[in-house]
Design a protein. Structure first.
Length: 91
């Protein structure tokens, strides 16, 4: 699993993207969520994950999610998850 993670990270870096992981916290009233990469607490390094991705991959609170991430755009506060690569260590 560590080798796969290293390969995915290297591929993301070649595309000028980041490869990150975190624990999912779903904002129930809105349907979207955040991957919390540091201490499972809200921070400026949280990664936004859309409601459609949460539904598509049947994600739940506490899932460990990794994938390609882009930096925030001009009018955004958070990094954005572009593609889910693994959930709880499974591809």
């Amino acid at each position: 699993k560590e080798l796969i993670f290293a390969i995915l990270k290297a591929n993301a870096e070649q595309e000028d993207l980041l490869f990150m992981e975190g624990v999912l916290e779903i904002i129930q009233s809105e349907g979207f969520g955040f991957l919390r990469p540091i201490n499972y607490s809200p921070s400026s390094e949280d990664i936004y994950i859309s409601a459609s991705q949460i539904r598509r991959f049947d994600l739940r609170n506490g899932d460990k999610v990794s994938g390609k991430v882009r930096p925030p755009k001009e009018n955004e506060r958070y990094y954005g998850l572009l593609h889910v690569e693994a959930v709880n260590g499974d591809d």
